[in-house]
Design a binder for this molecule. Structure first.
Ligand code: ADP
Length: 359
């Protein structure tokens, strides 16, 4: 029964599984915690559905929607306190989002995080894109063991970058596809609550694509978020999605640090010349129309996909390329928020070239 699952202790689970090697104990406990969270979610939903409509005429669904800020259960309160304690050691929390998948959101998140490390910052990278966790592949970290205890997971090190991803706990990348919403959220909550990030200058979070429940829940779990980077491709059709992403951030009170236009032209690996391929300038256009900064364009470079073979982020393995240079330029703008109040101050001119002139 749901009650029986919720009451199951960690000792019982370990006893039932018997003699698990210590390095995989946390996988079993993460699975058990996730199952518990799913059961609790199911119980609370059926309770809400059974509630009569209130006198004001609101349905049970509306009541549920109005609940997030109400006082939680004892366990929820405790979790909130733990999340606050972890997050209080992070100076800047930055989310990377996109209107849809495949535009290079994870690529931007990985290389932004790696270049912040190269510039001397203490950085964590949380792969919260539970649809297709690809951060570990990009950094050549597949099958890396996660150390620590079930209550305190150690992030995996990648040349000084602290990484945590659901992929570390999956047998195959396709496994995440069958996870239901509450299970995914339980895993993400555990990463925010139980990962020993330590003191960080930046926690970069690769959000699930779109503007639906999943990115919304992740942002709400994190508490205050210092800024968002919206990634797009140049085509006009992408503009609709970018607008939605900017509106999403505004509704959540997350300052938009700016828009990045990825796959913006092709950078020849031999001569570095950039040739336009995908027509349009969606990033720049939307940044101007919606009064948010334009952070820069990143050209297509075939080496981006090959970087994972070297186990290094692209900005390290192809540091001298035009594409890596473009990524570093964007990183410079983000790094600046660590030393200034830019994340909360009125935003400057949308174009980085204009900002440069102004400076
Ligand atoms: P998303 O996170 O938006 O789904 P990814 O970052 O996973 O997108 O990128 C999708 C694919 O495009 C990956 O195979 C990645 O290597 C490739 N890619 C992303 N940006 C570039 C780029 N600038 N040049 C070449 N390939 C890129």
């Amino acid at each position: 029964s749901l009650e029986r699952v919720s009451a199951t202790t960690q000792e019982e689970i370990m006893g039932a599984l018997g003699g698990l090697p210590s390095e995989v104990r946390h996988c079993a406990l993460l699975a058990a915690d996730t199952l518990k969270a799913a059961c609790e979610d199911c119980s609370s939903r059926s309770k809400t559905a059974a509630e009569p409509a209130c006198p004001g005429g609101r349905s049970g669904q509306d009541v549920e929607a109005a609940r997030p800020h109400a006082a939680g259960t004892g366990r929820e309160e405790e979790e909130r306190r733990q999340i606050e304690a972890r997050m209080s050691r992070v100076r800047r929390k930055v989310v990377v989002l996109s209107g849809k998948g495949g535009v290079g959101k994870s690529t931007v998140a990985v290389n932004l995080a790696a270049s912040l490390v190269m510039s001397g910052k203490r950085v964590g990278l949380l792969d919260a894109d539970i649809h297709g966790p690809s951060v570990t592949t990009m950094l050549g970290l597949e099958n890396s063991p996660v150390g620590g205890t079930p209550e305190e997971l150690n992030p995996v090190d990648s040349n000084g970058l602290k990484v945590m991803s659901l992929a570390f706990f999956l047998r195959s990348p396709d496994d995440a596809v069958i996870w239901r919403g509450p299970m995914k959220m339980a895993a993400i909550k555990q990463f925010i609550k139980d990962v020993a990030w330590g003191d960080l200058d930046f926690l970069i979070v690769d959000l699930p694509p779109g503007t639906g429940d999943e990115p919304l829940s992740v942002v709400q779990l994190m508490g205050k978020v210092d800024g968002a980077i919206v990634v797009t491709t140049p085509q006009k059709v992408a503009a609709v999605e970018v607008r939605k992403s900017v509106t999403f951030c505004r509704q959540l009170g997350v300052p938009v640090l700016g828009v990045v236009e990825n796959m913006s032209g092709f950078a020849c690996p031999q001569c570095g010349k950039i040739t336009s391929i995908l027509k349009g300038a969606a990033g720049k256009d939307i940044a101007r129309d919606m009064c948010v900064p334009f952070l820069g364009s990143i050209p297509i470079d075939p080496q981006v996909a090959d970087a994972s073979d070297s186990g290094l982020a692209f900005v390290r393995s192809s540091a001298s390329s035009r594409t890596a240079e473009a990524m570093r330029k964007i990183t410079g703008l983000i790094a600046a928020i660590d030393d200034s109040q830019a994340a909360t101050s009125p935003q400057g001119p949308a174009d980085p070239d204009e900002r440069e002139k102004k400076r």
